[in-house]
Design a protein around this ligand. Structure first.
Ligand SMILES: NC(=O)c1ccc[n+]([C@@H]2O[C@H](COP(=O)([O-])OP(=O)(O)OC[C@H]3O[C@@H](n4cnc5c(N)ncnc54)[C@H](OP(=O)(O)O)[C@@H]3O)[C@@H](O)[C@H]2O)c1
Length: 263
């Protein structure tokens, strides 16, 4: 499979690193276009891939063209890319950019829109993706192979779920980081050394999530198991409910969804 990346930034690098490590592609099958000389040098040195300053020089002959620029750079990149070849799959990871806009801009019918998230950097990502009706089975399988290098992937038949996923798995890592930060600060406030608070908070979240996965139970069930009547946990949970944590999170997800739809 021959791959061309338009944009050689953080996400493209994560994909290249994971795809090479999994031997899904060899360095000779990967070309990257990026205007920054420093980025091109790094990608060539680190991964042995071919790089180009201009997208138009590396689109021809690719099976899949991965669009990995920032959404605000889409227009410029699209004009530099020119017309895609018949049968090429355009795989966009641009947050908030709809299939219809891509199809119109590129006058192309074979497009996948994917929403990865930050833990993709370590192969622990959650990517939700969909495709235009012009994408056939081989295109879908290629997209699945590429995206599964980033961690878990979920194909959805309706694009609205990609927008919803942007509000949950896309922005979710930031919500989790904020929660962990609050746990650390809370422990520091009662007198715990910061480094100790950091270790405890991170391992508590990691361990709880690992257990949730393994137990295969609803989180409420596990929460009840650690909440003894009149105990410490019940007292803390009461404070969280009093502060409307649950409603606040629901409002945050809804606000992110509204924002995504408006992009
Ligand atoms: N990072 C994440 O966790 C994440 C998660 C989900 C989705 N995404 C999506 O992934 C996309 C890429 O994000 P990122 O974090 O990888 O961004 P990034 O690190 O800024 O990478 C984008 C790269 O594209 C280059 N570029 C700009 N214009 C170009 C052009 N015309 N032709 C070729 N390359 C061009 C940029 O170069 P310059 O810096 O020199 O402009 C930069 O190296 C975004 O659209 C974002 O919405 C990212």
């Amino acid at each position: 499979m021959k791959l061309t990346f338009v944009g050689g930034g953080t996400m493209a690098e994560a994909l290249i690193r994971r795809l090479l490590a999994g031997e899904v592609v060899s360095p000779g099958q990967v070309r990257v276009a990026d205007p920054a000389e420093g980025r091109r040098e790094l990608l060539e040195r680190q991964y042995g891939v071919d790089t180009y300053p201009e997208p138009s020089d590396c689109i021809g002959g690719a099976d899949v063209v991965v669009l990995a620029v920032k959404p605000q750079d889409l227009e410029k990149a699209a004009s530099q890319m020119g017309k895609l070849e018949e049968g090429q799959l355009l795989l966009s990871i641009l947050a908030g950019v709809k299939l219809e806009r891509l199809a119109t801009r590129f006058e192309h019918g074979i497009i996948v829109r994917a929403m990865p998230n930050m833990p993709a950097q370590i192969g622990q990502g959650m990517t939700v993706w969909t495709a235009t009706s012009g994408a056939g089975e081989p295109h879908i399988e290629r997209a699945r192979t590429i995206l599964s290098a980033l961690g878990e992937e979920l194909y959805v038949p309706d694009e609205k779920y990609v927008d919803m996923a942007t509000a949950l798995s896309g922005s979710g890592p930031a919500y989790v980081f904020l929660f962990v930060e609050a746990l650390i600060d809370g422990a520091v406030r009662i007198g715990m050394p910061r480094s100790m608070a950091e270790e405890l908070a991170v391992q508590t979240v990691l361990g709880s999530m690992g257990y949730l996965r393994e137990a295969g139970k609803h989180p409420a069930e596990l929460r009840n198991l650690v909440t003894s009547p009149g105990g410490t946990t019940a007292t803390a949970l009461h404070e969280l409910e009093k502060g409307s944590l649950r409603t606040l999170i629901a409002e945050a997800v809804a606000a992110a969804y509204t924002r995504t739809k408006g992009l």
